[in-house]
Design a protein around this ligand. Structure first.
Ligand code: ZN
Length: 352
């Protein structure tokens, strides 16, 4: 998800929010010892030495999902969260669970909710991304930092006011937003731009003593610098924001056509477990659901354009019932607008 876009969306829609931060508690046993819990995420063991760290929707500053992979001879972390505070817990857990320091971090795309924790791993680890993801962080970090410094505290207060009268799904969504803004506001004093120091444009295979890890730059899907991490020995794939499970995705920095192609290609790997960028660990159905979401919205918008509809009417299209439970529903209209503008620009270019 693109983090500072949430703020823009709030401004655009006057969405108000509020508070109730619940903290998740969990324990992981490792032999006789007990791993201290993190309030930011829940660790899920997916295979021996492979963990998904799933953002806690009811409190916590992780915001996105991360991964810890024990290669045997080295420890790797994927997408080290939005806030340094959550990333510090992740680093602790990675060392505890694998018995080795983290020497490699992957930024599977450049959005700040997946890269804000980079600084916690440097020095000590190399950070790898695609060239475009690195460029994205380089270009957007300072602007986003300033925007957040100027408006995040005020947005947080607005959200907290709204939360006081919210209930049901609205309350869940506002709580998510509140956590994001709390994370932003509390991270600002220590946040430092920390760019990937290695970029890759082609498939990278790391042959660890325990397992093989395949990093695949996939081109433009959710952003123009996406990568996935595939563990062929374990049948597990980390998709970052190419897959949102139970959440509305964010289309604004990507290309929905090539996104679908990427998802269809990846599904041919037939992974048993899929870790999305947001939402719970799932299976290949979460990849199919993403394809369905993009295709459904694209068809809706194309039909409206064919009947001569304008942008405002397109943005009022009712949410298809099958996506009723998806969280962060504010992105639905943003995604409709993105598709409308994309299709109409392409149409006018064809005429020129
Ligand atoms: Zn993203």
């Amino acid at each position: 998800m693109k983090f500072y876009s949430v703020m823009k969306i709030i401004n655009e829609f006057g969405l108000l929010i509020l508070t109730v931060t619940g903290l998740f508690a969990f324990l992981i046993t490792n032999g006789q010892s007990v791993l201290p819990e993190s309030r930011h995420y829940k660790l899920e063991k997916m295979a021996d030495g492979v963990y998904a760290a799933i953002h806690n929707n009811d409190g916590g500053y992780a915001i996105c999902n991360a991964g810890i992979i024990d290669m045997g001879d080295r420890t790797i972390v994927l997408d080290p969260f939005m806030s340094p505070a959550a990333a510090r817990d992740l680093k602790h857990h990675a060392v505890y669970l694998t018995g080795k320091p983290v020497t490699l971090v992957f930024n599977l795309h450049g959005h700040s909710d997946h890269t804000g924790g980079n600084q916690v791993f440097v020095p000590g680890a190399d950070i790898i991304s695609t060239p475009n993801a690195r460029e994205y962080i380089e270009i957007t970090f300072d602007r986003e930092f300033e925007e957040n410094r100027n408006s995040a505290p005020g947005e947080l207060v607005k959200i907290q006011k709204q939360l006081m009268t919210a209930s049901g799904k609205e309350k869940v969504e506002l709580t998510l937003m509140e956590d994001q803004y709390r994370a932003i506001v509390e991270s600002l004093p220590e946040l430092r731009k920390t760019l990937p120091n290695i970029t890759i444009s082609d498939t990278l295979i790391i042959h660890g003593s325990k397992r093989k890890l395949v990093v695949i730059p996939v081109g433009t899907g959710h952003t123009d610098g996406d990568m996935v991490v595939y563990l062929p020995d374990d049948d597990i794939i980390f998709m970052s924001d190419l897959v949102f499970a139970g959440f509305h995705p964010y289309f604004g920095d990507g290309n929905t056509e090539s996104w679908i192609d990427i998802l269809k290609d990846i599904s041919k790997l037939r992974p048993e477990l899929v870790v999305p960028g947001h939402g719970p660990v799932s299976d290949i159905n979460s990849i199919y659901s993403m394809v369905d979401y993009i295709e459904t919205l694209t068809n809706l918008v194309n039909k409206e354009i064919a009947s001569g509809s304008n942008e405002n009417r397109v943005m009022q299209l009712p949410l298809p019932e099958k996506f009723n439970d998806y969280l962060l529903s504010v992105f639905y209209r943003i995604n409709l607008r993105f598709l409308y503008r994309k299709q109409t620009v392409e149409k006018s270019n064809l005429k020129d």
